[in-house]
Design a protein around this ligand. Structure first.
Ligand SMILES: *Cc1c(COP(=O)(O)O)cnc(C)c1O
Length: 372
């Protein structure tokens, strides 16, 4: 029987094993485990990749969000506009600063927040925190405009979208993370750019913001024994930075392969049952962190695929406004109908750069089988 995992972190490692092992050995032989040269090296290369002037390596995607919001002055009592259809880390970063997420509903097509919902909710907010979900950018042009009208920053949660692009009004393209005031990336192993544990980065064009985040991630240090302000223990390990430098060199090719696999799914699954497939949107290029489809028969389809050895996921089955952790916000079922529909109907299919054609054919065949 076909065994197709949802993601294959081992295959990703094996495809670059020699390079990665050498990079790790180098760090171990120098024992420069904290703030070693690979951290600065990776930061410069990741800034180059993203098209932002600066990148600051941090301990995780969650830490990136926490630091970016803190450095932009989000604090107790503030409101930050964000999405209920995401991983909880997005909203947690707001909450742990004593601020409150102001959830708005998402787009039926992409699952991301819209410029319109942001415009309606931005009054009185301290910042906007959209998520480029599944690798597909939100409407950053419209959202940036809505935020600018209220004079507040946009912090991009780009944890799922390393390298995704948005066409600018002048016709050039920019990568996510380099469009808002700050971009937050995760290098969790299964992300498009993943390390061998936890890691993350904040990108920004603002040198003062970058320096503040650099200081905050390392206990507010201005020198070894001097601390300018209260900060965090949120550094990126040198060994993770060394691994990331290797994998970054192959990221554009890996993203291209993801897009190719996604186009095969879209070709083979159009007009199958009631499936709604990921949209193509003019001016926005997805990097397909996930290939997420929607169906009214989600749970039955999931059982069918799992019984055939096909790994599937639901990203995410419970929207944040209905999580117990957020019960204090007083939301109810029905408050954000589009987010709730996504939660009930979404299904993530196997997709990773090392996926073979025969693996993908097995997934497609099992889907056709179900709707026959
Ligand atoms: C993965 C993820 C995060 C958190 O990143 P970690 O590195 O796991 O802390 C935040 N937001 C989104 C949308 C994510 O997918």
């Amino acid at each position: 029987m076909a065994r197709v995992p949802l993601v294959d972190v081992r295959a990703a490692y094996l495809s670059l094993k020699e390079e990665i092992d050498a990079a790790m050995r180098d760090v171990i032989s120098t024992t420069s485990f904290i703030n070693g040269p690979d951290v600065r090296g990776f930061e410069a290369e990741f800034a180059g990749f993203s098209g932002a002037k600066h990148a600051v390596g941090v301990a995780s995607g969650t830490a990136a969000l926490h630091l970016a919001l803190h450095a932009l002055g989000v604090g107790p009592g503030d409101l930050v506009v964000t999405t209920p259809h995401t991983f909880i880390a997005t909203a947690e970063a707001i909450s742990v600063l004593g601020a409150r997420p102001r959830f708005v509903d998402v787009d039926r097509e992409t699952g991301g927040i819209t410029a319109k919902s942001v415009a309606n909710a931005a009054a009185g907010a301290k910042a906007i925190l959209p998520v480029h979900l599944y690798g597909m950018p939100v409407d950053m042009i419209g959202i940036r405009e809505a935020a600018a009208e209220h004079g507040i920053p946009v912090v991009e949660d780009a944890a799922q979208s390393h390298g995704a692009e948005v066409e600018q009004p002048d016709g050039t393209t920019r990568r996510v993370g380099a469009i808002g005031e700050a971009g937050c990336f995760s290098f969790y192993p299964g992300k498009n750019l993943g390390c061998f544990g936890d890691g993350g980065a904040v990108t920004t064009d603002d040198v003062d913001l970058a320096e503040r985040i650099r200081r905050l991630r390392d206990h507010g240090r201005s020198s070894k024994y001097e601390h300018e302000e209260i900060g965090y223990g949120y550094r990126l390990d040198t060994i993770q930075a060394a691994i990331l430098r290797v994998k970054l060199r192959h990221l554009d090719a890996a993203n291209a392969r993801r897009r190719q696999l996604a186009s095969v799914y879209t070709r083979e699954l159009s007009n199958v049952g009631d499936l709604v497939l990921p949209p193509t949107i003019v001016g926005r290029t997805s990097v397909f962190h996930l290939y997420v489809l929607r169906t009214n028969r989600r749970d039955a389809l999931m059982t069918h695929l799992q019984a055939r050895g096909i790994g599937v996921g639901t990203h995410y089955p419970v929207p944040l406004h209905l999580q117990r952790a957020y019960s204090s916000l007083g939301h109810h079922a029905g408050d954000f109908p589009q987010a709730e529909a996504w939660a009930a109907e979404c299904l993530s299919l196997p997709l990773f750069p090392e996926m073979t054609s025969s693996q993908q054919e097995a997934v497609v065949a099992a889907l056709h089988d179900f709707f026959r």
